[in-house]
Design a protein around this ligand. Structure first.
Ligand SMILES: [Zn+2]
Length: 213
């Protein structure tokens, strides 16, 4: 059975599986991303994605890591300026690689190099308590979080779910996700957003066709 999370790397963390979003029109919706690494893509990026930029400094990234459930706030997380620069580089590598997978072309050499370089560092370590619960071993360095995300990405792009990477079927939506549904028929970033807009468009088309008769 396909799990909501792709890898064992994030398995011991309570990483959230959906990301809350707000559309240009102000509609609130949430996207089931299917992979922790893809959640970083949703924070902004280069080019057109810069409109949605939410990571302006190391503290923004630390806040995102905690909101994403990768590290509990109380464990302590320190992100240096150099690590923050790597966050932007990693995000572009994730964006490029995910799109390459979806388009069925080989991954860019530079993107693969970035993922491998970051994954080679120690990742966020698990910590077992006597009652059997597992948490994160803190304090955590930014490089560990980068490694965890890069390892998640390697498991995604190099694993069985690479074929389940998809782009939302709406023409004007670039949201990417992993379809973890059993039948694999998911088309939309969110039913409450692009799925509904498609329904409304179809209804209008039918009404127009009726009126034209
Ligand atoms: Zn969409």
């Amino acid at each position: 059975m396909l799990d909501a999370h792709v890898t064992s790397y994030s398995g011991y963390m309570s990483a959230r599986s959906t990301v809350p979003m707000v559309s240009r029109e102000g509609t609130r919706f949430s996207v089931a991303t299917g992979a922790v690494c893809l959640q970083l893509i949703y924070t902004g990026g280069a080019g057109l994605r810069s409109k949605w930029e939410t990571l302006h400094n190391p503290a923004d990234f630390a806040d995102w890591v905690i909101a994403a459930g990768l590290v509990e706030a109380k464990k302590g997380l320190v992100v240096t300026d150099a690590e923050f620069e790597s966050v932007w580089i990693l995000r572009e590598a994730l964006w490029e690689s995910a799109n390459s997978c979806i388009d069925g072309v080989p991954l860019a050499r530079s993107a693969v190099g970035t993922l491998n370089r970051l994954a080679a560092q120690p990742d966020v370590a698990p910590r077992l308590s006597r009652n059997g619960s597992v948490s994160v071993h803190g304090p955590v360095a930014g490089s560990q979080v980068l490694s965890t995300i890069a390892r998640d990405a390697i498991a995604l792009f190099g694993g069985p779910l690479a074929d389940r990477l998809k782009r939302c079927a709406a023409d004007d939506c670039a949201i990417l996700f992993v379809d973890t549904s059993r039948p694999g028929g998911r088309r939309w970033c969110a039913m409450s957003r692009c799925g509904n807009r498609d329904k409304v468009r179809n209804r209008r088309r039918l009404e127009k066709a009726d009126a034209g008769r």
